[in-house]
Ligand binder design. Sequence first.
Ligand code: ARG
Length: 384
Amino acid sequence: MTTQNNEIFLKAESFLKVCYQELEMIEKLEDRLEEVKNEIQQSGTYYHTNDELTHGARMAWRNSNRCVGRLYWKTLKVIDARHLTDEDDIFKAMEHHIEYAFNNGRIRSTITVFRQKMPNEKEGPRILNQQLIHFAGHLEEDGSIIGDPAEVEYTKWCKQQGHVFENTPFDVLPHGIQWPGKEQKIKTCKLPKDIIIPITHPDYDWFNDLGLFWYAVPIISEMMLEIGGIFYTAAPFNGWYMGTEIGSRNFGDAHRYNMLPVIANKIGLDTKNDNSLWKDRAILELNRAVLHSFEKAGFPMSSHHESSEQFIQFEESEQRRGRDVTADWIWIAPPMSTSSLKVFHKYYDNTIVTPNYFYQDAVIGKPKPVLSYDCPFHRKSLEH
Ligand code: ARG
């Protein structure tokens, strides 16, 4: 075996051992390893069975150090789309993911796995969007941005492809793909009715005039799933939202929708004096509005209190099964009222275990700042 083949086989072996043990199929392991070894020797790669793919994707969720919602890792629905080659079918599969995951508001944690990156390919198949639903960021001539500043680069690309936007702060982005050996392609997938909701406040009427919206399901489509030495570079996945992701970060961050000054001014707080805690009050009201609006729409959303409790349950359930939990504290501690939550008062081991989901360099726009993830496609970020 060449060194490269041997490397893949070793990774395959260590994954398959755990996978077959957990699936209580250990008696099939030896034959399967033999088969995989031959496949790698002949073709330089191997293909997961449906069981391996399903369990591997679930293990990858279980191993996601930054995810606070991992208690439900076993419920992940895995859609095998590895056979698709036609671009229209690929877009259809993305559209199907959105509809299936949304499920008329009864959100299902779901991943759609497209074909793996082949060893001779420099770049595997890629979805160009950060998430399957996200809002555009329009960079104006005066340097201001209408919409989500996180999407300025991708929005520019869409315009270059001829896409025409309405130019509101909440224009849904069209979908882009780049499959090996083919041109980049853009298409606007259909969204289910009601998947985007207005954000309103339980007490403040003026809040409703701000014209804020958000969508029900975050479907990450820029990350790579690695299972047993195989790289799935296009594998969009979703869970459901924790309120602070939207209330504190997407709306609150100064480099995103930057709503804290707007909210504080509307409430009539002293924004000249940080000690008036105007930012804290604004974060609180934004988060109340987000939780209230999702509740009103009937969409599942966890509060940071629920999520933290669930994470502690996840740790306990993993311990009972004799597995160590790894976690990235900086991400597990929610961006609001952190010290009131149990997770704040704990330490976590941030070792990266595979299978896992990794960042990969963006096709469009700047690479993501990645600090601690050792991703084979992101070595640059490790050279501080
Ligand atoms: N934080 C991202 C956002 O606000 C979504 C990340 C995934 N979140 C989740 N709950 N599964 O859109």
